[in-house]
Design a protein around this ligand. Structure first.
Ligand code: CP
Ligand code: NVA
Length: 306
């Protein structure tokens, strides 16, 4: 029997693993948990529960927000990384997943390919959360949408412009989020860095190439690094390909006057975004980073105790 008992386990590998209603309920709970924390009344809903955090790539926000989330709800976070575990010496991923599941009531896994993520999730007997893979970053989108809902009241019908690497995990999770949460998405990227066509819902998403028109009329402008983790060898080629796609004050002047800026962080000031925009009054990035913790709490409750 797994640490999670005999219940059928449920994973969160992509946003659409939850229904639209479940996602909205999760975000409502995240906002409630944020309020309770401000009042120093965080509930102890994870008392006696252990959550493993397994990283094959670097992390600051994901690791710390989940550690804080688990601790504040009364549970125990357990960190595992490739360097300090037998994963570095080639222990099969599926064996690691099986063993970790015997100790932990849920497991967050940050990895490379979708295949690795699914190998891990299929072998695990506790719920697995995608902590970022090459093709998706669903937990970041929970925080991003929570941030927009708190700022605007609702995201439905808003125009979100994602500028940069349209083939990245963040762009691809924004594609999923647009359908589920009901906002319009404009993806502005060079042709060679487009998302897979099958992931684009033409009813709500437009793909555009001209960065000069990227932010026109947008409510939200989002960007992310041009070189994601694992793509370091492509830095020079990517710097050339994305020239002109920097989110800067000139671009922001074409957005709605009340437009806001998101970036999942870490950011490269002077590349995908200028310092004045990232650190300026339209930027919500610090709230967005904080909301990683509130949404992590709501997600863990939904997977472990619901
Ligand atoms: N945004 C995000 O996932 O940050 P980390 O890589 O620091 O976890
Ligand atoms: N696209 C980035 C996101 C980092 C949080 C990466 O995968 O490196």
């Amino acid at each position: 029997m797994s640490a999670s008992g005999t219940k059928t386990k449920r994973d969160f590998l992509k946003l659409s693993d939850f229904s639209r209603d479940e996602l909205f309920r999760l975000l409502d709970r995240a906002t409630e948990l944020a309020k309770l924390r401000r009042e120093d009344r965080s509930p102890r809903t994870l008392t006696g529960k252990t959550v493993a955090l397994v990283f094959e790539k670097a992390s600051t926000r994901t690791r710390l927000s989940f550690e804080a989330a688990v601790s504040e709800l009364g549970g125990h976070p357990m960190n595992v990384d490739t360097q300090t575990s037998q994963m570095s010496r080639g222990e099969p991923l599926a064996d690691t997943a099986r063993v970790v599941s015997r100790y932990a009531h849920a497991v967050l896994f940050r990895t490379f390919s979708s295949e690795r993520l699914h190998t891990f999730a299929n072998a695990a007997t506790s719920p697995v959360i995608n902590g970022l893979s090459d093709d998706a970053h669903p937990i970041q989108l929970l925080a991003d949408v929570q941030t927009l809902r708190e700022h605007f009241g609702s995201v439905e019908g808003r125009l979100v412009s994602f500028v940069g690497d349209g083939s990245s995990n963040m762009a691809r999770s924004f594609l999923e989020a647009a359908s589920l949460f009901g906002f319009k998405l404009r993806l502005v990227c060079p042709e060679a860095f487009s998302p897979p066509a099958a992931e684009v819902d033409a009813a709500i998403t437009t793909i555009e190439r001209d960065p000069k028109a990227a932010a026109r009329g947008a409510d939200v402008v989002v960007t992310d690094v041009w070189t994601s983790m694992g793509q370091e060898k492509e830095v020079a080629e990517r710097l050339r390909a994305f020239a002109g796609f920097t989110v800067d004050a000139t671009m922001m002047r074409t957005a709605k006057p009340e437009a806001v800026v998101l970036h999942c962080l870490p950011a490269h000031r002077g590349e995908e975004i200028t310092a004045d925009v990232l650190d300026g009054p339209q930027s919500l990035v610090w709230d967005e980073a904080e909301n990683r913790m509130h949404t992590a709490k709501a997600l863990l409750e939904a997977l472990i105790i619901a």
